[in-house]
Design a protein. Structure first.
Length: 115
């Protein structure tokens, strides 16, 4: 299993980023997939989920209306569109299956929101 996150960077408050997560070793269309984030000194937080059967999405309260999770099953890739970014969104972002146990995590992609 390998998960490779990309697309992070430094952005000003109010800006946008689109994160990508390329997955190998399992098929994302057979799994509920999520984005997580971890800010310095804090635990890993669930940000967004795409449920495989219903295609329903679910978001943490702090990102609702600003973030959108999507998938490209042909590319086995998960995306996170982040709009109206705030300083409190600063964190390392990871993707993985929604439900553990987790055998591996990717290296994550750093998102820094600062003026």
């Amino acid at each position: 299993v390998q998960l490779v996150e990309s697309g992070g960077g430094l952005v000003q408050p109010g800006g946008s980023l689109r994160l990508s997560c390329s997955v190998s070793g399992f098929t994302i269309s057979n799994n509920d997939m999520s984005w997580f984030r971890q800010a310095p000194g804090k635990g890993r937080q669930l940000v967004a989920t795409m449920f495989r059967t219903s295609r329903i999405t679910d978001y943490g309260e702090s990102v609702k209306g600003r973030f959108t999770i999507s998938t490209d099953n042909g590319k086995n890739t998960v995306y996170l569109q982040m709009n109206n970014l705030k300083p409190e969104d600063t964190a390392v972002y990871f993707c993985n299956r929604r439900w553990g146990p987790y055998s591996t995590w990717g290296q994550g992609t750093q998102v820094t929101v600062s003026s």
